[in-house]
Ligand binder design. Structure first.
Ligand code: UDP
Ligand code: MG
Length: 309
């Protein structure tokens, strides 16, 4: 029987934990999974009674476990902490937001797909009508932007997903501090599938994703997977240089015809030329910094999927 770990990141979630815990408990009871399956709540440095509630739930029922983070490390890091807790304890782990906006009835279907040989099963939102129009359209624009930058992400998938023990072990090698799991997990290249997820509204409390947090996630998503922005700077420099050359012809013609205002030609030329050179230099520097950045992150050079000992 499959040993399952469900990972719930929690940040100031005292209003929803009890109800989510009881829903998850009845779901696990109804499923054909091993008795040492568990739900681990990761308290992401909450300022309310979240950790006290987690402790209380654990004392009543060992099905519930907890990981307490000292300070607020963010949603992605909280999920990572939960996954590293579950590593070596489970056959597969499912991360789901503790507000259970995702449909928990997807979980048995995820397990079926795992049994069928998938190492990753993504929950993909099919109906986002409970998200605001603004959230939906920024999300869609962001998926498109990521695709443009050459980043492989699963559309309409947040962090509701099943990963196998193999994936958990591979993730342990990713030491970078600016985590973007939605980009890392597809890049591992394990066999994957999706389940359709009908999301609902948050039952209680407010969204814990402030605009600032959303913006950080969005920039992490691009800068940890793509150096396209650096290249754009370089190409803008090249274009300015070309404009300077075209301008040079114009200036020479004006000088020959005697129609140039004194000093104008030199000024125009040097503005475009120097601007172009500076941007190219910055772009080049940026390219090298991008490389150094890539090295500093210390990502694994290869991922082992199987071993024959
Ligand atoms: N969360 C977290 N740390 C944070 C912010 C959020 O662990 O710094 C958790 C939060 O408790 C929830 C999940 O991440 O379980 C998603 O947050 P939320 O539901 O507020 O985001 P939304 O659904 O509005 O995008
Ligand atoms: Mg939510």
């Amino acid at each position: 029987m499959i040993k399952l770990g469900i990972i719930c990141p929690c940040y100031n979630e005292e209003e929803v934990i009890y109800e989510s815990a009881s829903k998850l408990e009845s779901l696990i009871k109804s499923m054909d999974v091993s008795h040492d399956s568990f739900v681990v709540f990761v308290n992401d440095g909450s300022a309310d009674h979240t950790w006290d509630i987690i402790t209380e739930l654990h004392n009543k029922n060992p099905l519930f476990r907890g990981v307490n983070l000292v300070f607020n490390s963010g949603h992605q890091n909280a999920i990572m902490a939960g996954m590293m807790y579950a590593k070596d304890k489970v056959d597969c782990a499912i991360s789901i937001d503790v507000d259970l906006q995702d449909d928990i009835n997807c979980i048995p279907r995820m397990i079926e797909k795992f049994k069928a040989g998938n190492d990753v099963v993504y929950g993909v939102k099919v109906d986002r009508s409970s998200d605001s129009v603004a959230k939906r359209s920024t999300a869609n624009g962001y998926y498109r932007l990521q695709r443009l930058m050459g980043i492989d992400v699963v559309d309409n998938h947040a962090d509701f997903r099943l990963v196998s023990n193999k994936v958990l072990n591979s993730l342990a090698a990713f030491k970078e501090s600016h985590l973007y799991l939605r980009g890392i997990i597809p890049s591992l290249g394990f066999k994957s599938d999706i389940v359709e997820d009908r999301i609902s509204e948050r039952r209680a409390g407010r969204s814990k994703y402030s605009r600032k947090k959303m913006f950080k996630l969005a920039t992490d998503g691009i800068t940890s997977f793509s150096s396209v922005p650096l290249k754009i700077v370089f190409w803008i420099g090249v274009v300015s240089l070309i404009v300077a050359l075209i301008n040079a012809i114009d200036v020479i013609v004006a000088l020959c015809n005697g129609t140039a205002a004194p000093g104008w030609s030199q000024l125009m030329l040097s503005v475009w030329f120097v601007g172009g050179m500076i941007l190219i230099a910055i772009g080049l520097l940026g390219t090298y910094i991008g490389r150094i950045y890539g090295e500093v992150k210390n990502r694994p050079r290869y991922i082992i999927s199987d071993k024959l000992d």
